[in-house]
Design a protein around this ligand. Structure first.
Ligand SMILES: Nc1ncnc2c1ncn2[C@@H]1O[C@H](COP(=O)(O)O)[C@@H](OP(=O)(O)O)[C@H]1O
Ligand SMILES: [Mg+2]
Length: 446
């Protein structure tokens, strides 16, 4: 793992590596801005292939444009951008957005989208290369392949950040047939998303693929910038033909600041093609786009949780797997709240996505066993997506979720997500039933 200690002020972009940030002298920046301005102005007159290759592919261009914009000398560039053809929208988006975490959100969305190309191919394939992990849970070539693609993209864009990932390459390193199967789906997905290579990089071969997969072993979620990935959340749903999600979040000093959820099997927007991608940045709301959209060219749509005035109006969702949450306790809570609609059962963080999209109001996840510790990658992205959509997420005792304690959420038990307007009412009932059923909250292990 890379050393930690990459603490940065919230909302700032990851500093480029040392050699990149060395372009900091004002004179150089000024002339760089002038040159870029001229280049952008004449860009439409030049052969498209040359312009695209030069502007979109050179690391030098990315470094210079990043420095130009952050130094405030980007005005010339922005003026020149107006004259550019649509093929340069990618660069414009990158260079002109000043919102905190805009770069992180964009790369996370693109990485999740590319991973979804891979998972969708495996979802419909006959061979999924399923193996059973030591904790008895299943993992497929889609989990490994999606993790390699996303971590490659993070490594390229944020090399100083730490990463927590659900999978590691242990099962692959002892099974060359399985590794070949993963490489097949990775290389196919790379070929199908060649347009993203400039932003997300590539995977050079099997050995780099294994290296990328192993970048997620970080155990510290409390300090610095840490990404948390679940490459295929809801693997059992994935294998059963149900819902699943690709979930990526960025934590800064233990607080989730960015979250992206790709949900390939959720109904599309306005009756359109299946699959949505939601993203949220702390303080900026939650947005949604079709998963298959050209993300740089598609306006994000704000989405908010339904504001209900009484919990009895809610429809609630829960997991499909009875081994993952206590359906009987959840049913009792729903009845006590006066909810009459039957539960909607969905696998994965598609539940958080559904309530953020206003397709349900309440998510109940009560533990089957008090010894189970929820995983950070199963909740970080969903947490911010619901909160930024106007919801509240808490554990079954009404406590906020503590994301600072490493790979598991050991300071919390159970999980509930709900609209703000009814959060007191819901938390009171859930807390009472939780205490009665499971006993008082266990003492902090810290
Ligand atoms: N006993 C248990 N209690 C709660 N969650 C569990 C569990 N065993 C596994 N899980 C988690 O539940 C996740 C799926 O959630 P859901 O049931 O809502 O679809 C799994 O994610 P993966 O599928 O990524 O392994 C796994 O991490
Ligand atoms: Mg999971």
């Amino acid at each position: 793992m890379k050393p930690s200690g990459s603490i940065r002020a919230a909302g700032t972009r990851t500093p480029r590596p040392p050699e990149e940030s060395s372009i900091s002298i004002n004179t150089i920046l000024f002339w760089a801005a002038v040159c870029l301005g001229i280049l952008f102005t004449i860009a439409p007159l030049l052969p498209l292939r040359f312009v695209d290759v030069f502007l979109l592919s050179t690391p030098l261009f990315r470094r210079v444009s990043t420095s130009v914009c952050s130094s405030g000398l980007g005005a010339g560039l922005r003026v020149a951008e107006r004259f550019c053809s649509a093929s340069h929208l990618q660069v414009r988006t990158m260079a002109s957005s000043g919102a905190p975490y805009a770069w992180e959100r964009r790369i996370a969305e693109l990485a999740v989208q590319r991973a979804a190309v891979l998972t969708k191919a495996v979802y419909t394939a006959r061979v999924k290369g399923t193996v059973t992990k030591s904790d008895k849970s299943p993992v497929t070539i889609a989990d490994f392949g999606a993790q390699a693609l996303v971590f490659g993209a993070l490594e390229r864009n944020f090399p100083a950040d730490n990463i927590i990932g659900e999978e590691d390459s242990g099962d692959l390193r002892t099974n060359s047939d399985l590794t070949s199967l993963v490489w097949d789906v990775v290389s196919t997905a790379l070929a199908e998303t060649q347009g993203l290579e400039g932003d997300l990089g590539t995977v050079s071969g099997q050995s780099q693929m294994l290296e990328f997969i192993d970048k997620g072993a970080c155990a510290n979620s409390a300090t610095g910038r840490v990404w948390a990935l679940d490459p295929v959340d809801g693997t059992k749903g994935f294998l059963r033909g149900g819902q699943y999600a690709i979930a990526l979040a960025l934590l800064v000093d233990g607080v989730v600041q960015v979250g992206v959820l790709g949900c390939p099997n959720l109904p599309g927007l306005d009756g359109g093609e299946e699959g949505v991608i939601l993203s949220a940045v702390r303080g900026q709301g939650t947005t949604v786009k079709p998963l298959s959209a050209d993300l740089d060219k598609t306006e994000p749509r704000k989405t908010t949780i339904n504001a209900i005035s009484s919990a009895s109006e809610a429809s609630f969702c829960e997991g499909v797997e009875s081994g993952h949450s206590a359906h009987d306790v959840q049913a009792r809570i729903a009845t006590t709240l006066g909810i009459t609609k039957p539960s909607v059962q969905l696998d994965s963080q598609a539940k958080y996505a559904s309530i953020a999209l206003g397709r349900g109001e309440l998510y109940l996840r009560l533990p089957v066993s008090m010894t189970y510790e929820e995983k950070i990658w199963d909740h970080a992205a969903g947490n911010i997506i619901v909160e930024e959509a106007g919801g509240v997420v808490a554990d079954m005792y009404g406590r906020p979720i503590d994301f600072t304690v490493g790979r598991t959420l050991k300071e919390n038990k159970g999980m509930i997500a709900m609209p703000k307007q009814v959060s007191e009412e819901v938390m009171k009932v859930v807390r009472e039933i939780a205490v009665e059923h499971y006993g008082p909250p266990p003492k902090s292990s810290l």
